[in-house]
Design a protein around this ligand. Structure first.
Ligand code: AP5
Length: 215
């Protein structure tokens, strides 16, 4: 299965991807996580992406498309879930071209829909482990020991783009540049609109019901 997760920043894409990849044994390809890995390793790509990411802007298409098409080409035959990519119509069209050249297509698009007030609470309360990238939330998903990762004990951090100010820019960019992808995909693929305002396990169950006929 090849799945794309669409949804505003903080909609819960990463959270739901973890459930999906575990159940269906797929590869999780998160463009945001891959970019953060490049930054942590100090690569040229990571350095180029840094200022865009911290200000809440999208990284330019040419950088992202090459990076993600390369990751997808190395994915196992079982399939993958794309999280955060594509994010512009240009990215989606280039992805389609790359897939068509291999006689492949995206099987399902999951469009996570969340009210903006909930999004702001989810993003500003998120904390991440800088070592293993585990995700927590100060209210909804607390670590066992306050401020420390359950898996490796590292001190949890707030992402630089998770402040209330940067969230406004990210949401604006999402509405202008990424939301049009829903119509792009509705013209040619199977798109499932998912009410993702509920708690994570309820959203997961809704997604599993939609994906069941495709598995
Ligand atoms: P990226 O890392 O992709 O960020 P994003 O899309 O803004 O998404 P988030 O990671 O913020 O949120 P999410 O939907 O995964 O939510 P999560 O599950 O963590 O991108 C970062 C930056 O990289 C971009 O701004 C851009 O600069 C660049 N970039 C990346 N891809 C790009 C591309 N294709 N093109 C150009 N630039 C690109 O959940 C959030 C919080 O809420 C967590 O704390 C979680 O525990 C909690 N939570 C989740 N679900 C629920 C629930 N149902 N109920 C209660 N709490 C919940």
């Amino acid at each position: 299965m090849r799945i794309v997760l669409l949804g505003a920043p903080g909609a819960g894409k990463g959270t739901q991807c973890k459930y999906i990849v575990e159940k269906y044994r797929l590869l999780h390809l998160s463009s945001g996580d891959i970019l953060r890995r490049h930054r942590a390793q100090g690569t040229a790509l990571g350095k180029k992406a840094q200022s865009y990411m911290d200000s809440g802007a999208l990284v330019p298409d040419d950088i992202i498309i090459d990076m993600m098409i390369d990751e997808i080409a190395r994915a196992p035959a079982g399939g993958y879930v794309l999280d955060g990519f594509p994010r512009t119509v240009k990215q989606a069209a280039d992805l389609d071209k790359a897939l068509e050249s291999k006689k492949q297509k995206i099987d399902a698009i999951l469009n996570l829909q969340v009210n903006e007030k909930i999004i702001v609470r989810r993003i500003t309360g998120r904390r991440i482990c800088p070592k293993c990238a585990a995700v927590y939330h100060v209210e909804n998903l607390k670590p066992r020991v306050d401020g420390k990762c359950d898996k490796d004990g590292s001190l949890l951090l707030q992402r630089p783009d998770d402040t209330a100010e940067v969230v406004i820019t990210r949401l604006k960019n999402y509405n202008e540049q990424t939301a049009p992808l829903v119509d792009y995909y509705k013209r040619k693929n199977t798109v499932f609109d998912i009410d993702a305002n509920e708690e994570a396990e309820n959203v997961r169950d809704l997604i599993f019901r939609k994906l069941a006929p495709l598995a």
